[in-house]
Write a protein that binds this ligand. Sequence first.
Ligand code: SF4
Length: 377
Amino acid sequence: MIERRKTRQVQLGDERVGIVKIGGDAPVSVQTMTSGYTYEINSCVAEINRMAAAGADIVRVAVPGKKDTAALKEIIPQVSVPLVADVHFHFGRALESVEAGIHKIRLNPGNINDRKQVEEVIAACKEKKLPIRIGVNEGSIIERKDKQKRLKELGGVFSDNKHGHFLAIMITKLEEYLDIFYENDFYDITISAKSPDPTLVIAAYTEISKRFDHPLHLGVTHAGPKETGTIRSVVPLGHLLAAGIGDTVRISYANDPVYEVEDALEMLYCLGLRERKGVDLIACPTCGRIEVDLFTLVQQVREIMADEIELPIKVAVMGCIVNGPGEAEGADVAVFAGKQRGIIYVQGEKVATVPEAEILTALLEECKKFEARVKAG
Ligand code: SF4
């Protein structure tokens, strides 16, 4: 069981889209971000609703222009999850988003750092009781014009760490920025410190978690294509979460954001940080002992169970007798295959032997019966 770091809870949303709590004792929430233009209202709404259906708790949208913040007024009533406005460069977009009914604002200290402007955003959010995420991404936190000077000034502070330069600048920036919020008596804050470098992500969030009690939004930015981005993301985020650090997560791929949601949820299920919805499927990788088409069977089981089974029952699909019986004992429902047939177990008891062509149907039937028994108590 992971012992999570206690953070100062914030919340966003309303009665219609639901309240999502971040930090404190709230479950780790899953976020993602739309990939299309916010001003294309119909496609933006459709994308948000697809993300919500996949399990996203919160969705962020980019608002680079006035036409984007104007679109929010039409988008918000058509979606069922809280929305965050991702604001860069123009503090006016934050004010317009608040006015349009957004549920949270994200600010970047690297490009909105005029004190008066930040205070205006704080005042607007305070009035509507909206939280603000301060996102100190590696790529934008250091002003390009004085980067070398700042690195020289601050680099020694964390000299025992190979990421010392960034950590020094990040902590300094965060402290300066947070002071503006504290001086305005504003504490509904979450913090992120993303980088494409997984070891820097671990170092940054670990350092922040020691210094501030605000909820942490974990992420690896620009993680790349899903094929490699999964490992790049899950290694540092899993490391931090297992250490109790992190209150909300966003995985980011150069791909359909629905994959981000699915993989973030799977990561949280694996760590026991969220209650699984649907089947917990384990399967063998196959080897020279295999006598059935297990890869096809596993994909079919995955697809059919996603549609048919709601409860988190553990299902094992094993290729032969070597590990089959052992896994069958640990699963609610299991099959191990051999000689073009499948032997099906329910809670360690053998219940049927069926030809290969009937394994899928028989397995599903046993899963449904098991689920019905669990539901009946
Ligand atoms: Fe190979 Fe059997 Fe293990 Fe599957 S269960 S990997 S087929 S030994």
